[in-house]
Write a protein that binds this ligand. Structure first.
Ligand SMILES: Nc1ncnc2c1ncn2[C@@H]1O[C@H](COP(=O)(O)OP(=O)(O)OP(=O)(O)O)[C@@H](O)[C@H]1O
Length: 282
C-alpha cells in the first residue's frame, strides 16, 4: 500500500453500454482515502452499482469505460485483466446483496472461506487456513464457528450466509471493501446485526469502504460520509451530519425531507428501524 495515496481516485468516469453507447455515468469524480467509509445513495438506476462494478473492474463486456480509476495509485481503466484481477484479490473485495451469488451451494462454507485465504497466502502457510477461517467466522459474529464451517450454504440462515460472505471479503485484510446493498435481502433485526458486525470488522481490518444503499438509515449506520447520485451524476458529497442537517442540492433536500428526519436527533449514526425512512423518493 502506498501511504498518502487515496485507495480510490475516480476522475471523469463515464460508462456507456451497448452498440448505441448509451451513457449511464456522466463524468463521476470522487476519492476515497484509506480507512474512510463512504456511503453511496441514490434511487434505482442512478448509477450506484455501475460505479461500484467499474471500481472492481467487473463491468459487463458491453460497457465502454473512459476517464480514470486509480486503485492505490494504479490505473485500472483499460488495464489488462490480470492486473485488475490481482488488485481484486490483494487489495479489494466486494459484498453483494444476495449471499448465494458469492457462495458455491455444493461446497462446505469453511472450505470456501479457506480457498479465498489460500489464494493469497504463501504455499508453505496453507496448513494454517483452518485457524484463519475459524477466527474470521468468529469475528463476523458467528457462534460455533466449527459447526458453521462444516455446513453447506443451504443449511445456514440468510444472515449467517451473509456473515460468511463478509468473512470471505475480509479474510485477506483488504484495503477496500465495496458493499452493494449487503443487507437489503435480510430482515430488519438481522440487518442491524450484520451492519454492526460489518462496522466492527472494517475497524478491525482498517479497510476503507464504499457502501451502496438506497436507504439513508442503513448508510448512516456504517458511514461518516455520504455521496448522493442522481441520473448518473454525483450531485452532492458531505459528512453524514451535513447531509442530514444542511443538504445543499435540491434532490438531497427532497430526500431528507421525505425521510421524516424531523423525528430524529441529527447525528452521525442513526438507528436502523424498518419504517423509519421511506425509500427512494425525490
Ligand atoms: N449491463 C448493463 N447493460 C446495459 N445497461 C446497464 C447495465 N448495467 C446497468 N445498466 C444501466 O445503467 C444505469 C445505472 O444502473 P445501476 O445498476 O448502476 O443503478 P443503481 O443506482 O445501482 O440502481 P439499483 O438501486 O436499482 O441497483 C441503469 O439505467 C441501468 O439500466
Amino acid at each position: 500500500m502506498n501511504p498518502g495515496t487515496p485507495i480510490v481516485e475516480v476522475t471523469d468516469l463515464r460508462v456507456a453500454f451497448g452498440r448505441d453507447r448509451r451513457e449511464v455515468l456522466h463524468g463521476v469524480d470522487f476519492t476515497l482515502a484509506k480507512g474512510e467509509r463512504l456511503g453511496l445513495i441514490g434511487e434505482s438506476g442512478s448509477g450506484k452499482s455501475v460505479t461500484a462494478l467499474a471500481v472492481m473492474g467487473l463491468l459487463a463486456e458491453t460497457a465502454t469505460v473512459t476517464g480514470s480509476i486509480r486503485i492505490d495509485g494504479q490505473e485500472i481503466v483499460n488495464a489488462p485483466d490480470r492486473v485488475v484481477a490481482r488488485l481484486r484479490g490483494d487489495i479489494m473485495s466486494m459484498v453483494f446483496q444476495e449471499p448465494m451469488t458469492a457462495l458455491d451451494p455444493t461446497m462446505k462454507v469453511g472450505r470456501q472461506v479457506a480457498e479465498v485465504w489460500q489464494l493469497h497466502s504463501p504455499r508453505d502457510r496453507r496448513h494454517e487456513a483452518r485457524n484463519h477461517v475459524l477466527d474470521m467466522l468468529e469475528r463476523v459474529g458467528l457462534s460455533d464457528p466449527p459447526r458453521i464451517a462444516r455446513s453447506f450454504p443451504h443449511q445456514l440462515s440468510g444472515g449467517q450466509r451473509q456473515r460468511v460472505v463478509l468473512a470471505m471479503a475480509l479474510i485477506n485484510k483488504p484495503d477496500l471493501v465495496i458493499c452493494d446493498e449487503p443487507t437489503t435481502a435480510l430482515d430488519v433485526t438481522v440487518q442491524a446485526r450484520v451492519l454492526r458486525v460489518l462496522d466492527e470488522a472494517l475497524d478491525a481490518v482498517g479497510a476503507a469502504c464504499l457502501f451502496i444503499s438506497h436507504d439513508l438509515a442503513v448508510v448512516s449506520q456504517v458511514c461518516a460520509e455520504i455521496m448522493v447520485m442522481l441520473d448518473g451524476d454525483v450531485v452532492e458529497r458531505g459528512t453524514t451530519r451535513q447531509i442530514f442537517t444542511d443538504p445543499r442540492h435540491g434532490y438531497t433536500k427532497g430526500l431528507i425531507a421525505t425521510a421524516r428526519l424531523d423525528q430524529v436527533e441529527p447525528g452521525e449514526r442513526l438507528p436502523v428501524v424498518s419504517d423509519f425512512f421511506t425509500r427512494g423518493q425525490r
